[in-house]
Design a binder for this molecule. Structure first.
Ligand code: BG6
Length: 528
């Protein structure tokens, strides 16, 4: 681990990373496995160390033992024992209450000791994997302990997890609180969707290929559908979810990242601010719904009991830590419009929900119909249009649907797909999705992190929906069965525009048989 670069790129700068919330789920499931992957790829500096900070009263030895147990369960692939020993040697623990200044004195002493032992050169990287109520207090304490100062070329950066606020006012307040202590360039607001390969590939697909950009506008695109569907319910997170709901949990953050990368103008460079300026611009161009329009452009749902195959699924109201009369939505769909030259008149439909039939995140670009006059007398069940689907998970790739002649003496049109499949073409990745984000933070590259204005622009769009929904609690909950595709109102939302949600899975090779009309046949053309 001594070279300063390798085949993957450059090693990150020396630093000590402090994880607040070191005994939590995120640390064991994602952060530690991601650090190990970075170490394996020789992207961590040999002058790196990590300090876990949390409320649990344990020693460094006990923390190391716990991590050793957890990594076996959560690493995406087995970890080499020498690499793990290397990692453990530079892992420490500090016990403390997030609001107790004495604990920050202990942390300061531990950082000073680690800086000496591992020559971390005074660079500090704080990861706030804690409940949002501690974001501002932890940063304040860090500031008071003098740990956030950047002097003599040393850096101090803070990754703040989601949720960043619970509405526009609280997001603004949190930005103000953080900026009392930190400069904007020290704050890394993380959204784990930006760690996903296919999300990053969106920019490459759009801007590194000359075929996409000329078509990427209202002249050729009819509409866009962004779906983040989950099969799981709220699991053990009922307590949090009751205060959040599907809209807050997924839309202003994850879905708006997908929307902004899909719709933004080309940046003039890949500099953090060049890219984020364009993302912020598009979020500002999304029409803020008028209060009187909310009920017709937004749909909410909550799952009742249902089935997944032979398995009986409980209703949301029967989940642990959920009120039996809960009005929290577990499904949200929106119809948004973007007011600019590229997108005016092109609806963007967004939907997300728990306990849907299939786990899928994707962006479907629906192209306009071509003039079918030539085929007026041709045997076709339906005049189908071109569609490009960017599959974000679980099967990452891109597929393009187009019409082709079905072989035979009679002119018949069929639909075929051209496929790019990440796993097939590049091999399966063992990434947790956090590697790139933590590495970028250590490198001082904030491109994949949200800036204050982006976060606020996202909340600004959904604030009227939050207000309207809380003023008029849903009377129809539960309104979809667990294991179904959400409430009927969601289909009506598109139906009113003469459109329909696409049938998920109909054009991916890894998927189940499609609903393409039998008369059209079905073929899949490989990308090679
Ligand atoms: C989290 C939400 O931010 O994202 C969860 O709080 C959701 O409710 C999760 O399940 C989805 O992430 P992914 O990567 O599984 O799509």
């Amino acid at each position: 681990m001594t070279e300063s670069s390798n085949e993957h790129g450059h090693q990150a700068s020396p630093c000590v990373m402090v994880i607040f919330g070191a005994s939590g789920d995120l640390t064991k499931r994602k952060l530690i496995p991601a650090l190990c992957n970075l170490a394996k790829d020789k992207l961590l500096s040999p002058q790196f160390a990590v300090i876990g900070f949390s409320y649990n009263s344990i020693t460094t030895e006990a923390f190391r033992a716990q991590l050793t147990k957890d990594i076996k369960e959560f690493a995406p692939e087995p970890i080499d024992s020498r690499l793990w020993d290397w990692f453990l040697e530079r892992t420490y623990y500090v016990q403390g209450d997030f609001q107790d200044s004495a604990a920050y004195g202990r942390l300061q002493a531990q950082i000073a000791a680690v800086e000496k032992t591992h020559s971390t050169q005074g660079n500090r990287f704080f990861y706030l994997a804690v409940s949002p109520k501690f974001f501002a207090p932890v940063v304040k304490q860090l500031g008071q302990a003098g740990l956030t100062q950047e002097e003599d070329g040393k850096w101090a950066r803070v990754i703040v997890e989601k949720p960043f606020g619970r509405d526009l006012a609280s997001a603004k307040q949190l930005n103000r609180d953080l900026k009392q202590i930190l400069d904007e360039q020290q704050i890394y607001r993380i959204d784990h969707y930006l760690g996903k390969e296919t999300v990053q590939n969106l920019m490459v697909f759009r801007f590194a290929n000359s075929i996409a950009e000329p078509l990427w506008n209202r002249n050729f695109i009819d509409s866009v559908q962004i779906t983040a569907a989950e099969t799981v319910g709220v699991e053990q997170r009922g307590g949090y979810y009751e205060t959040s709901g599907a809209l807050r949990d997924m839309v202003p953050n994850h879905l708006f990242q997908l929307l902004s990368l899909t719709a933004m103008e080309p940046p003039i460079s890949f500099d953090a601010d060049a890219v984020r300026d364009k993302q912020a611009e598009i979020l500002h161009a999304v029409q803020v719904p008028k209060p009187e329009d909310v009920m017709s452009m937004a749909v909410r749902g909550q799952y009742g009991q249902g089935m997944a195959g032979a398995e009986r699924l409980p209703a949301y109201r029967g989940e642990p830590m959920v009120s039996a009369a809960s009005n929290t939505e577990t499904y949200a769909a929106l119809r948004l419009e973007i007011d600019n030259w590229r997108w005016a008149g092109v609806p963007f439909y967004l939907r997300t929900g728990k306990r849907l039939p299939r786990r899928t995140t994707e962006i479907a670009i629906q192209f306009r119909r071509s003039p079918f006059v030539l085929f007026r007398n041709t045997k076709i069940a339906d005049l189908q249009t071109n569609r490009l689907v960017i599959h974000i998970q679980p099967d990452e790739g891109i597929s393009l649907r187009f019409g082709a002649k079905v072989p035979g003496p009679v002119m018949q049109l069929g639909l075929v797909n051209m496929e790019f499949d990440y796993a097939r073409d590049f091999g399966r990745s063992h990434s947790t999705g956090y590697e790139r984000l933590m590495y970028d933070c250590m490198m001082g590259d904030a491109t994949l992190f949200q800036r204050a204005d982006m976060v606020e622009a996202g909340w600004r769009v959904i604030q009227p929906v939050l207000d309207a929904w809380s003023a008029a609690p849903a009377k129809c909950f539960p309104n979809y069965a667990a294991g179904s595709w959400g409430p009927a109102e969601s289909d009506e939302l598109l139906g009113r525009d003469g459109r329909a949600w696409r049938t998920i899975g109909e054009d991916h090779p890894a998927s189940e048989p499609s609903e393409v009309p039998a008369v059209l046949g079905r073929a899949t053309a490989g990308a090679h």
